[in-house]
Design a protein around this ligand. Structure first.
Ligand code: IMP
Ligand code: MG
Length: 173
């Protein structure tokens, strides 16, 4: 495993990102929606850097693909519980890779009548993007590799690591 983002680097970046997001939502009360499970740590750290009031909710998406990437077919297996009609929604995702998951959610929430939908991702992995989904906030851009830690898993393990690591070739399989 190779260290990609240390705890210190993550902390400093989230402080800056929280300031930026707070400025953009000044006077509003957005609904921050974390996408389970990967975003749980990012959401917890990000909302503590915000100076605007927010409501927090989570959704869970089932996507049909293999273990390490998603396909275009997604369904919401746990919807948001806060009514979203007329609300400013900030969708928070762990990592955007192909873009399939985020693209699907953006459209679904806009169709649910949200006043605005913005996306915030912990890691923008541009390497395999196949849908040009708009990303409003990205904490980090990483070239490639399979990443674990800070909520990101490989087969449900390693989410608990406080920093982000890339798996070496054989570990990633
Ligand atoms: P997308 O729909 O291909 O953009 O898929 C994004 C989802 O795939 C993320 O929410 C992750 O759950 C998973 N994913 C993509 N790349 C990685 C990675 O490097 N490590 C762990 N999970 C990943
Ligand atoms: Mg995920």
């Amino acid at each position: 495993m190779q260290l990609i983002l240390s705890e210190e680097v993550i902390r400093a970046r989230l402080r800056a990102l929280g300031g930026q997001i707070s400025g953009d939502y000044r006077g509003k009360t957005p609904v921050v929606i974390g996408i389970l499970k990967g975003a749980f740590i990012f959401v917890a750290d990000l909302v503590r850097q915000l100076s605007v009031e927010v409501e927090v909710d989570f959704i869970r998406v089932a996507s049909y693909g293999d273990a390490t990437s998603s396909s275009g077919r997604c369904t919401i297996s746990k919807p948001a519980e806060i009514p979203l009609a007329g609300r400013d929604v900030l969708l928070v995702e762990d990592i955007v890779d192909t873009g399939n998951t985020l693209d699907f959610l953006r459209e679904t929430l806009a169709a649910a009548g949200a006043a605005s939908v913005r996306t915030c991702v912990f890691i923008d992995k541009a390497e395999r993007r196949c849908r040009q989904v708009a990303i409003d906030y990205a904490a980090f851009t990483v070239e490639g590799g399979f990443l674990v830690g800070y909520g990101l898993d490989r087969a449900e393990r390693q989410r608990h690591l406080p920093a982000v690591y890339a798996l070496a070739g054989e570990e990633a399989e």
